[in-house]
Write a protein that binds this ligand. Sequence first.
Ligand SMILES: Nc1ncnc2c1ncn2[C@@H]1O[C@H](COP(=O)(O)OP(=O)(O)OP(=O)(O)O)[C@@H](O)[C@H]1O
Ligand SMILES: CC(=O)N[C@H]1[C@@H]2OC[C@@H](O2)[C@@H](O)[C@@H]1O[C@H](C)C(=O)O
Length: 384
Amino acid sequence: MTRVIGLMSGTSVDGIDAALVDISGQDLDIKVELVEKATYPYPSALRERILSVCAGEAISMPEFAQLDDAIAIAFAEAAVNIQTVHEGASLIGSHGQTVFHRPPIGVEEANEVNLGYSLQLGRGPLITALTGITTVSNFRAADIAVGGQGAPLVPRVDAALLAHPNEIRCIQNIGGIGNVTYIPNRSGDWLSQIRGWDTGPGNSLLDLAVHQLSDGTKNYDENGEWAASGKICQPLVDKWLKHPYFQAPPPKSTGRELFGFDYITQCFDEAKEYQLNAADFLATLTELTATSIVYNYRHFLPQTPQRVLLCGGGSRNLYLKQRLQALLGSTSVTTTDEFGLNADFKEAIAFAVLAYWRQDGSPGNLPCATGAKQEVLLGEVFER
Ligand SMILES: Nc1ncnc2c1ncn2[C@@H]1O[C@H](COP(=O)(O)OP(=O)(O)OP(=O)(O)O)[C@@H](O)[C@H]1O
Ligand SMILES: CC(=O)N[C@H]1[C@@H]2OC[C@@H](O2)[C@@H](O)[C@@H]1O[C@H](C)C(=O)O
């Protein structure tokens, strides 16, 4: 058994999720027990800085270096604090903070020019130095180097922890960005039949809209209550759904570059002619998240799933969950909690597992999800 800390801050940039887990077994046959979990919010100045860099603000190299280290220090503190009660971790898997993600440009053969590029700040060696614990970081680079999207990386972990012998499942994360893992019955060559891609916006647009509509007093629509009091403007949803990202087949991945500040500004502009109030606008944006997920399923899944398991912060948005259930009809919508995997900490747990696999010599990517040419070891290891 190895005690591992998984650290993740996602596209919502709300804070660092830390999971302390005990892992045993090998490759897909692993057992993972969640011992401790906590979220450490970023100091607000650091969060604002990260969000503006994500929105494309230019920074100098010294500012870049300072930001990289400020994030590494925050991640190292999270690793120390998560061990206040239960100590003894011998490995850290740190995703870091994505500040830039560019998928490969759509040409047949990946080469130097059209490979993707994905940048996560919070350098691993500093986390090792500050914690004294071997750290694995920079998980996306190796998949990208072999032509992959570098995302999503969670599908192999979903497969290991949530596959079922006779139920076709979709695991739908709704973070800032949404991503799905499609898992067929665990039999035969099921692993090569898995699919995974980013479905589009999760909460990123909603959070930006809530911040603006509440004059900065709120950062998200708690339980979806504000949106639930509004009326969906279907013509706008239909228009937004024509975005090329939804129409494109997988493999595909995205980020705040596409569904961030510029896009929400465009949404506000396009909504003007419909004279929506704040609640109507949020109901319409929530519908875009729900409909884009279902649109992706209808067009690109090999088969209709029997069950959809939600995770990520958006799984707590009751109105969004209700809309997803309505749009999916007979497919049952629940959360990973009901299947023994904490829905809020699944990504942090996943990076603990990916670090464990790296140390064990097992690949972490799934080429049928990321589009990479081959399976590869993910992450750079910085020994204590
Ligand atoms: N009770 C709640 N009601 C509604 N929305 C919620 C609730 N709790 C969390 N959220 C939403 O979930 C978001 C955070 O989700 P999460 O932490 O999964 O995102 P992330 O990991 O940063 O993103 P990604 O998975 O794209 O990397 C919040 O910004 C908020 O929009
Ligand atoms: C570049 C990047 O950070 N992508 C994230 C983001 O957040 C959700 C979605 O977009 C997913 O593709 C990915 O994270 C998860 C952990 C993944 O790689 O599976």
